[in-house]
Write a protein that binds this ligand. Structure first.
Ligand code: KG4
Ligand code: ZN
Length: 378
């Protein structure tokens, strides 16, 4: 029997990942080497450091995935790699490694769009089920993107159309910036996720207008069915900053940052946050989550899609999962998430997205390069 084993490789941002997936469905191994420790002191990803870390990690990470899967290189059917979007130097490490390996093994190379990969993190776990049989609406919500796509399965091939996007920050970026602003660690999402559960989400009444100003006007004016400037997250970030300034929180924030050395975990911050700060964090998260859920379900109803798929790092957020689930149930719409480990960057999603392309013989050649600004769909 010919092999159905795809080795996926992902290096678009600050995670070096490799995975072996059988038939686009069964994850035999998924290894992720995170660079949090490298970038944490800077409060964001430093591109040159990311590329250097990928270079260090790529060989051991691939070897670990192959060993865990119990698979030899000769058994692979193909090598799949993220070609973009992402950081140029980071992407190049994965692309160069994948090209070399595919050439050396004499197997096809499949190029994958990182955003399509995130969508396939959900499909991987729900493929073949009723809700994903036709037209779905896919929200990719990560550190770099907050994009809505119509995802359509036609003759075992996926097509995508951009339906909405953020005009400024991505939602994950807002989580990261607000966490930094409050003296918490990097990346900020998991810190805010944990701390928000201990605060009152009604403590700070962030006006909805702060989350949607321009997009709302554009949406009203935009052509029906056309892509929309749907989200905006820089307003809410500024609102948090204004709250910090007007309530004199700067000294407490500086003290908290000093008490959380690199290597600290989100739970370490809990005793360092008073009720006012926890309320601010919970209110921020509630505003962002409400905005994502409301806008996405409005678009699902407008396009009449059968299900909503939510993926990307922010899809690991517990409140987002709960509120999407509740709102979806009220609207009679299935809302599907990846398991938390597959929500953030990984290579299993890259191998899964490569599977339909592999089956159709859509191979990349040795001229493949990194595409930092690659778009998905039309
Ligand atoms: O998909 P991802 O791993 O990388 C990108 O492609 O950007 O997403 C990373 C983003 C970061 O902004 C991080 O703060 C956010 O996902 N994130 C979360 C959570 N876990 C990760 N945001 C909110 N709640 C979480 N639990
Ligand atoms: Zn991502």
């Amino acid at each position: 029997m010919s092999s159905d084993l795809i080795l996926g490789i992902e290096s678009s941002c600050d995670e070096t990942a490799a995975a072996v997936v059988a038939g686009g469905r069964t994850v035999l191994a998924s290894i992720v080497a995170s660079q949090f420790g490298t970038h944490a002191p800077y409060g964001g990803v430093v591109p040159e450091l990311a590329a250097r870390e990928h270079l260090r990690n790529i060989v051991p990470v691939v070897e670990a995935a192959m060993t865990r899967a119990g698979v030899r290189f000769e058994q692979l059917a193909a090598v799949a790699v993220t070609e973009g979007p992402g950081l140029a130097g980071a992407l190049l490490v994965g692309v160069t490694y994948a090209k070399t390996l595919a050439w050396a093994q004499g197997v096809p190379l499949v190029a994958v769009n990182h955003l399509e990969g995130h969508i396939h993190a959900v499909l991987l776990e729900h493929a073949g089920t009723e809700p994903v049989a036709g037209r779905t609406l896919a929200l990719v919500v990560s550190g770099g993107h907050t994009h809505l796509y119509l995802a359509m399965l036609e003759a075992s091939s996926w097509r995508y159309r951009l339906a909405g996007y953020t005009v400024d920050d991505a939602a994950g970026e807002a989580f990261d910036k607000v966490a930094k602003l409050l003296g918490l660690g990097y990346p900020g999402g998991p810190w805010i996720d944990l701390l928000a559960a201990h605060g009152d989400p009604a403590a700070v009444p962030f006006r909805f207008a702060e989350v949607r100003s321009r997009p709302e006007r554009q949406r009203a004016a935009g052509p029906a069915g056309g892509e929309s400037e749907l989200f905006s997250f820089s307003g809410i970030k500024t609102a948090v900053l204004r709250y910090v300034e007007s309530h004199g929180l700067a000294a407490a924030i500086a003290a908290r940052a000093a008490a959380l050395p690199p290597g600290s975990r989100p739970a370490d911050a809990l005793p360092l946050c008073d009720a006012q700060t926890l309320g601010l964090i919970a209110s921020f998260q509630r505003a962002v989550v409400d905005n994502l859920v409301t806008r996405t379900l409005e678009m699902a109803s407008r396009y009449g899609t059968g299900a909503v798929l939510v993926s990307g790092g922010v899809a690991a957020n517990r409140e987002l999962r709960t509120r999407f689930g509740e709102a979806g149930a009220r609207a009679g719409l299935p809302v599907l998430f990846p398991s938390p480990a597959l929500a953030t960057d990984n290579a299993a999603m890259i191998a899964a997205a490569a599977w339909p392309r592999f089956r159709r013989g859509e191979f990349a050649d040795q001229s493949l390069s990194a595409e930092p600004r690659l778009r998905l769909g039309v």
